[in-house]
Design a protein around this ligand. Structure first.
Ligand code: NAD
Ligand code: UDP
Length: 317
């Protein structure tokens, strides 16, 4: 199979490229390196089954590409307002790639008779009033708040994908990804990498608000298996939550990281909770379990240990 991965030089995209190649596919990785990094795919450059092109997928695809599937992962993904790689710092790029980009990739997939997967997010549930979140929940999202450039762009990306299925019979599906962590995460301000970095340096944990907000953290290998299951086994037009349903407060995450790193860092609130930061988030993954036979295998401590080993062994540039 010839498979396009947009955002393939990013954190999730690079692991997806690895797994697709391992399964015997040919991968075309398209990335404009806005938040991604060539280091993430350096090990693939000599593979005969890997091709990279520096392309802005908001503007569609390079001409004359032949392919059977598109995984559309390209998009900034961090909400951290203090970080230049966040979608808050890159609002127009974020809106463009998830809307214009999704639209033109759906058109290209349709012309080629290819399958399409849109990488959506738990953020489409906003600050959820239903808990845990099922795919049938429509969310509680501010259309104008600071996170709206991402949340609403992803929501419209889902609308575009659903419309291509409904009106043009495109063979597409949507994965709603919940917080994922692991090797190759960028220093883009997301909580797991911020806490581990602080713990390793014995600096205070940068907790926002009272730390009682919750998240559910999925290890990257589980998530990649989930994406492939959505593409291969998911039904046309369906939406699937992908994430680990174990829920932790941010303070519990800090305590776990502190213990694993054996750090002397203080766990302390450094600033108030950012506007529209969801109070609780946890996926209901019953649908993926039943329809895809998928569920995460790696628990938080195991996953954090793997990430720590990676961080302690990568060469410092
Ligand atoms: P990432 O920033 O590491 O990867 C995104 C990649 O997309 C980067 O390599 C970036 O350079 C590329 N990109 C951005 N705009 C582009 C454009 N216009 N053209 C081509 N490439 C472009 O982030 P990630 O965590 O790997 O996220 C990947 C996808 O998964 C995103 O769509 C994100 O919204 C979604 N997602 C991730 C998480 C998570 O926890 N990691 C959670 C929910 C959703
Ligand atoms: N957070 C924090 N300190 C940080 C980064 C994040 O306390 O340095 C909190 C953030 O306010 C949120 C949670 O951790 O409640 C998860 O944040 P992240 O940026 O990883 O992603 P989100 O789930 O909000 O999209």
């Amino acid at each position: 199979m010839k498979i396009i991965v947009t955002g393939g030089a990013g954190f999730l995209g690079s692991h997806l490229c690895d797994k697709l190649i391992e399964k015997g596919n040919r991968v075309i990785c398209l990335d404009n390196l806005l938040t991604g990094n060539m280091d993430n795919i350096a090990h693939l450059q000599n593979s005969p089954n890997f091709e990279f092109a520096q392309v802005d997928t908001s503007e569609g695809l390079p001409q004359d590409l032949d392919f059977d599937q598109i995984y559309h992962l390209a998009s900034p993904a961090s909400p951290n307002q203090n970080n230049p790689r966040s979608y808050i710092a890159l609002p127009f790029d974020t809106m463009q790639v998830n809307t214009f980009g999704t639209w033109s990739l759906c058109e290209e997939a349709l012309v080629r008779g290819a399958k399409f997967l849109f990488a959506s997010t738990s953020e489409i549930y906003g600050n959820p009033l239903e808990h845990p979140q099922k795919e049938s929940y429509n969310g509680n999202v501010s259309p104008t708040g600071p996170r709206s450039v991402y949340d609403e762009a992803k929501r419209f990306g889902e609308t575009i994908t659903a419309a291509f299925v409904r009106y043009n019979n495109l063979d597409a599906r949507i994965a709603r990804i919940f917080n994922t962590y692991g090797p190759r995460m960028a220093q883009d301000g997301r909580v797991v990498i911020e806490f581990i970095t602080a713990a390793l340096a014995n600096k205070p944990f940068p907790v926002f608000g009272d730390g009682k907000q919750t998240r559910s953290f999925c290890y990257v290998s589980d998530l990649v298996d989930g994406l492939i299951a959505v593409m291969e086994k998911g039904a046309k037009g369906e939406v699937y939550n992908l994430g680990n349903p174990q829920e932790f407060t941010i303070l519990e995450l800090a305590e776990t990281v502190k213990k694993l790193v054996n750090s002397t860092s203080e766990i302390t609130s450094v600033e108030r909770l950012p506007t529209d930061d969801p109070a609780r988030r946890c996926p209901d993954i019953q649908k993926a379990k039943e329809m895809l036979n998928w569920e995460p295998k790696v628990n938080l401590e195991e996953g954090l240990k793997k990430l720590l080993v990676y961080l302690q062994t990568i060469p410092k540039s």
